[in-house]
Design a protein around this ligand. Structure first.
Ligand code: GLN
Length: 484
């Protein structure tokens, strides 16, 4: 992977081999050269970023020590509110929205001294698995421009993989940090539900949404997590645990760590993914880790069905606020042609919301309607509780669970956009972590050559709730054995 990691840039800054201003300026000029149509970044934050960098440089000049994230150029998915900086959720409905406040995670990021270069593209309101649902075009997959970067945090993954920032914050409701990380060959982690405050995160499905971290390696992800995690009075679901030292168990390595794997997830994957996953498990064992085979109930299609019923239901409620009165622009046509409140709202939503968002509003409203509630939403909640319970059981005799991140290699642009069910199945292995609220991470476990291009294959680890230390320890070990 080209360009700086947090550690390599931190060292250069501290040793005065480069200034924070120069590093940021270099990133901006690269962004402007390689992303002139704003497909990766929807909005840049140049003036403020350079001011931030100046302050870091002053500190270094005075001979002061800087913290790990100080002066490091980063980006934030455009579903996180940024004070005075346009936040669109990649939707026409918010194309002119300038939040008056920062999301808590962004506030914490700024407090850590990281430089915010800009806002990255994504699927509209984070709904999607390819990046193609953005109202503002598709960020490329740097490994193969004919393929999707994965979604919904498409711009964040694309930016990191093409070195247009050092790390990024994404959001993960059913896999949106892990899937694009896997498709673009980087690391993406979704922590335990409640670990990072959701205040200021534009809501998709509130009981599943979590902010996640994307970077070039596990160590970088860990450092960013430490900076943004912690309780927040503004989010009643945020945990009371204060930010911890998530690097705590790095030195323990993987010896003795029990990794449980579900054979079905490997069998049903693309043959290259299957082979790479089996090789990974063999290396895990060879290097001193333990293995255990198990069956995760409902993993695959059933978990996807459960996830999409719950998600659509919550989406239909969360989307109600986009009525053109509170936020966003109102097209002239809507103002001129509508004569009642109802007409205004339906015409506005018809004009401004994309196809996938509308599909979920309709699906969710249906699932929640009386007469169908028990058959769909009620049943999905029972399946969710069962998945949670069986994962709790699994973690009594295993430290971690492994699956491929996705059963599929990055698919071609346009291949699935008109077949939503096929698109949803890319999430076959990621949704259970959100349904159970447990932490999960995707990191590269191998590569494969297709049509002259080298694609990356991601492996996923999951740990029990609040056990990010073991998750990150396992991922660090996994990363080491792959590179050994
Ligand atoms: N692909 C999933 C969906 O479309 C995940 C989205 C997400 O995690 N934000 O719902």
């Amino acid at each position: 992977m080209s360009g700086f990691t947090i550690s390599s840039l931190h060292e250069k800054l501290q040793n005065k081999e480069i200034t924070a201003t120069k590093a940021s300026e270099d990133y901006f000029s690269k962004i402007k050269k390689t992303d002139p149509e704003n497909k990766v970044y929807l909005t840049l934050n140049e003036e403020e970023a350079l001011n931030q960098a100046f302050l870091v440089d002053e500190k270094i000049k005075k001979g002061e020590k800087i913290e790990r994230l100080e002066g490091i150029p980063s980006s934030v998915k455009d579903v996180l509110s940024t004070k005075n900086l346009r936040t669109t959720a990649a939707s026409q409905a918010l194309s002119n929205f300038i939040p008056p406040y920062d999301a808590t995670a962004v506030k914490n990021l700024r407090a850590s001294g990281a430089i915010l270069l800009g806002k990255t593209n994504c699927d509209e309101f984070a709904m999607g698995g390819s990046g193609e649902n953005s109202a503002f075009g598709l960020a490329p997959n740097p490994l193969d421009p004919e393929r999707v970067p994965g979604g919904s945090s498409s711009g964040s993954a694309s930016a990191i993989a093409s070195d247009l920032c050092v790390f990024s914050l994404g959001s993960d409701t059913g896999g949106s940090v892990r899937l694009p990380a896997s498709f673009c060959g980087i690391v993406g982690m979704k922590p335990t539900y409640g670990r990072i405050s959701r205040y200021g995160l534009i809501a998709m499905a509130s009981s599943l949404d979590q902010i996640g971290v994307m970077a070039k390696n596990v160590e970088d992800v860990t450092d960013v997590l430490s900076a943004i995690a912690g309780p927040d009075p503004k989010d009643s679901t945020s945990s009371g645990f204060t930010g911890k030292d998530f690097r705590r168990d790095f030195d323990l390595g993987g010896k003795g760590l029990t990794l449980a794997y579900d054979k079905k997830s490997i069998e049903m994957s693309d043959p290259q993914i299957k082979k790479t996953s089996l090789d990974f498990l063999a290396k895990w064992k060879k290097e001193g880790g333990r293995l255990k085979e198990l069956t995760i109930p409902y993993l695959g299609e059933e978990a996807v069905a459960c996830y999409y019923i719950i998600t659509a239901s919550e989406v239909s409620a969360n989307m109600a606020r986009y009525d053109g009165i509170r936020y966003g622009k109102v097209p002239k046509k809507v103002l001129e042609e509508t004569h009642s409140w109802h007409q205004f709202i339906s015409s506005l939503r018809g004009e401004l919301l994309g196809k996938e968002v509308k599909r979920r509003i309709i699906m969710g409203t249906f699932c929640l309607s009386s007469g169908y509630y028990d058959a769909y939403y009620g049943k999905a909640q029972k399946v969710r509780a069962y998945i949670q319970k069986s994962l709790d059981e699994t973690f009594k005799s295993a430290d971690l669970i492994f699956t491929p991140t996705s059963p599929d290699l990055p698919f071609k642009i346009g291949e699935r956009i008109n077949d939503p069910v096929r698109m949803y199945l890319a999430d076959a292995f990621t949704t259970i972590a959100n349904l159970a609220g447990i932490p999960a991470i995707s990191f590269p476990i191998g590569e494969t050559q297709i049509e002259g291009k080298t694609l990356s294959i991601g492996g996923q680890l999951m740990a029990k709730q609040w056990d990010e230390e073991t998750l990150l320890r396992g991922a660090k070990f996994g990363e080491e054995i792959i590179h050994a």
